[in-house]
Design a protein around this ligand. Structure first.
Ligand code: S3P
Length: 171
């Protein structure tokens, strides 16, 4: 079985994916971490040294690689993964379950403003400009996330509660 988590930055994909995999005794892959391991550099360094287009190319290659393998996995993607190349199509074709962790703009702003440093796309945006940036960005990206097989409203729910909600969807 392959389960893929999608959603905007800071929507909880990595923490939920990790717990879900543990509870289902499945292998967990965090696509950002996988890219960092394969390239031997942090995502922030890849963006600053090679640029976003290079990152998107590697992201596409590595997504295809992990989904083409026969193993059962829970995969957490990066916030932009479904929105480039034909990645969402690949996710839909190769996974048994794709799950969109949906959060509103204000909740995302709340979460992201305290953890901008590791995220090259938002690190130079001031907190006062963040709501407008995220609002527009999510508007562009939502059409990709919304293609996921399941959408889980993630507002005001902790990792444990969301993980058990997702487990129910996989039955
Ligand atoms: C990105 C999100 C990041 C990472 C990269 C680009 C995006 O992952 O892949 O910085 O385009 O939204 P997270 O969603 O884990 O922050």
């Amino acid at each position: 079985m392959k389960v893929v988590l999608v959603g905007y930055m800071a929507s909880g994909k990595s923490s939920i994916g990790r717990l879900l995999a543990k509870e289902l005794s499945m292998e967990f892959i965090d696509l950002d971490e996988y890219i960092e391991e394969q390239l031997g550099k942090s995502i922030a360094t890849v963006f600053s040294q090679k640029g976003e287009i290079y990152f998107r190319k590697k992201e596409h290659e590595m997504l295809t690689k992990v989904l083409n393998n026969n193993k059962s996995i829970v995969l957490s993607t990066g916030g932009g993964t479904p929105c480039y190349a034909n990645n969402m199509e690949t996710i839909l074709k190769k996974s048994d379950h794709s799950i969109y962790l949906q959060l509103s703009v204000p909740s995302l702003v709340d979460r992201i403003q305290n953890e901008k440093e590791k995220r090259p796309l938002v690190k130079d945006i001031s907190n006062s400009e963040l709501p407008e940036f995220i609002g527009k960005h999510l508007f562009e990206r939502r059409q990709f996330y919304a293609q996921a097989k399941h959408t889980v409203d993630s507002a005001d729910k902790g990792v444990v509660e969301l993980t058990s909600e997702i487990k129910e969807l996989l039955l």
